[in-house]
Design a protein around this ligand. Structure first.
Ligand code: NAD
Ligand code: MN
Length: 498
């Protein structure tokens, strides 16, 4: 079937889709041991899409044992890297062959526009798998600079069983940022998708088998975080826990690790990223286009969202006007319409959170320039208009807390030092944008920013070749690039006397 070209065609495809909500353990789909399920509700229209297995401790035990057994047998962990590479590339190709189906599942499940779930989410997920696979037979170990009568070998080995707990904003993409390097390096993975977006993870488990990944190497456990996620985080036989999600849960996972087996914990958490526009920005129109996209893309449900726009006093009013105009291109629409740029937020609870933040902005004295309300309520779904607040100061709740919705806080500053001070005055340190024509100012600001990613004269750049992750309470470790491989390998020093 060729790729649908209209909302009607996507809807037809959705109507004929059979959606699987089961867990996937040791190469088979199965119900949760308890038999419990929960409703998977589409935020597009409030309809129930599927019953999804509600896994808990019992399922975690079975999945971890299955992952451990295959790791010990070596079917995958001891396969030559060049062979694992070939399988990973097949896995990536299978994602691409199922791009429409996977994109549709993602859009139905969490409300993002179909135009992005195809070319951002599924395409990016496939790229992560392929890039990691292609890399793995090109990485060499080290020999220490020893005396003549000895050899010091420094080798990397797979850690063993990895539990991956991922969020709902880019469900398949975040999963594949973990699966790529984790699987390529020979580990077994138990993947726990968010209860808000389990469908694509469940579907790709079967594609992994079709690609030739042995049974048990990838197990998928849908279920609520505090039951099955906690069970994995406390599990005595999970070697490494990798996570993308909120800072609050990230901190909890460190506690679980300390309370159990001191499993390694790698965290990609929240952000409140500053996007800094100086008076000498090379092109204010381009800065406005990027600033709008930085807060409205994916309904603002982006860890790197440019949620604090720091603008120098001289261009403030002009820039706000340009962004307000640009927001017309980001008004919510039906997510299956290929023209829609902004879809539904993930669920009713998230809508309530976003609206509560908007009320707090008004209550604390920020000026509402645009948006601020729920829209398209007649659809039965949950949509919110992109919202701009001006006259925000950095101490207001909307400037301090991650909203995870399309709500922009505009904060004005005077000069570079002031910009840097405000930018760094946050518990987070994920990303930042800097707009200036002055190369020295660009570099000085970039160096002074306490954040894992800095974008100069654009916003949200990068690909698989560059690491992704944050400073401070935005996390530790990095996804993407060869640096991601560090999370999935232990270093062994073998010293040989000759
Ligand atoms: P969340 O922390 O609520 O949930 C993330 C995952 O953790 C989900 O799978 C959830 O089920 C699970 N979980 C919840 N409670 C748990 C517990 N007690 N034990 C174990 N697991 C538990 O986050 P979310 O709302 O799904 O995602 C949004 C967050 O993700 C935002 O804060 C966003 O900034 C962050 N995020 C970060 C990055 C990054 O790379 N830094 C990327 C995307 C999203
Ligand atoms: Mn959902």
């Amino acid at each position: 079937m060729s790729t649908p070209q209209s909302r009607e065609q996507w809807q037809q495809m959705a109507d004929s889709l059979s959606i699987n909500g089961q867990a996937f353990i040791n190469g088979e789909y199965c119900a949760a041991v308890s038999g419990e399920t929960f409703d998977c509700i589409s935020p597009i229209d409030g309809k129930v899409l599927a019953q999804v297995a509600s896994c808990d401790l019992a399922d975690a035990d079975i999945a971890v044992a299955s992952s451990r057994a295959v790791f010990e047998r070596g079917d995958w962990s001891q396969m030559a890297p060049v062979k694992r590479k070939q399988v990973m590339i097949r896995f990536a190709s299978l994602l691409e062959q199922h791009q429409d189906e996977l994109a549709l599942l993602e859009t139905l499940d969490m409300g993002k526009p179909i135009r992005y779930s195809t070319c951002v989410d599924v395409a990016g997920a496939a790229r992560a798998l392929r890039w990691s696979g292609e890399a793995v037979d090109k990485i060499y170990d080290e020999i220490a600079p020893t005396a003549h009568n000895e050899i010091g070998m420094i080798t990397r080995e797979a850690v063993g069983v990895v539990a991956a707990i991922v969020p709902w904003n880019f469900p398949l993409l975040m999963a594949c940022w973990k699966l790529g390097p984790a699987l390529a390096t020979g580990n077994s993975v138990v993947l726990k998708p968010s209860e808000k977006s389990p469908l694509t993870a469940i579907r790709v488990a079967q594609l992994a088998i079709e690609a030739g990944i042995p049974k048990g190497v990838l197990n998928v456990l849908p279920g609520f975080g505090h039951t099955v996620g906690k069970a994995l985080a406390l599990h005595m036989d999970v070697d490494t826990l990798v996570f993308t999600g909120s800072t609050k849960i990230a901190k909890q996972l460190m506690i679980y690790a300390g309370e159990s087996n001191m499993k390694r914990v790698w965290l990609e958490a929240g952000g409140k990223s500053p996007n800094i526009v100086f008076n000498d920005a090379p092109n204010l129109q381009e800065a406005a286009i990027a600033a709008a996209s930085a807060i409205a893309f994916n309904q603002g449900e982006v860890c790197t969202a440019g949620s604090r726009l720091l603008v120098e006093a001289g261009v403030k009013d002009e820039l706000i006007g340009l962004i307000a105009a640009e927001m017309q291109a980001w008004q919510p629409g039906h997510p299956l319409d290929p023209d829609t740029t902004c879809g539904a937020v993930v669920d009713q609870q998230q809508l309530d959170n976003v609206l509560a933040y908007i009320r707090s902005g008004v209550a604390e004295g920020a000026s509402l320039v645009q948006g601020g309300e729920q829209v398209m309520a007649e659809s039965g779904g949950v949509y919110v208009a992109p919202t701009i607040f001006a006259n925000v100061n950095n101490q207001m709740t909307i400037a301090k807390e991650e909203i995870f919705g399309p709500v922009l806080s505009v904060i004005s500053f005077e000069g570079m030092d002031d910009a840097i001070r405000i930018a760094n005055d946050t518990i987070y340190g994920l990303a930042a944008g800097v707009w200036t024509s002055d190369i020295s100012k660009a570099h000085k600001t970039a160096k002074a920013l306490r954040s894992g990613m800095v974008w100069i004269n654009h916003y949200d750049g990068g690909d698989m070749t560059a690491p992704f992750g944050g400073y401070k309470q935005s996390g530790n470790g990095r996804d993407k690039s060869l640096h991601a491989f560090d999370k999935y390998t232990e270093i062994k020093a073998t010293w040989i006397a000759l």
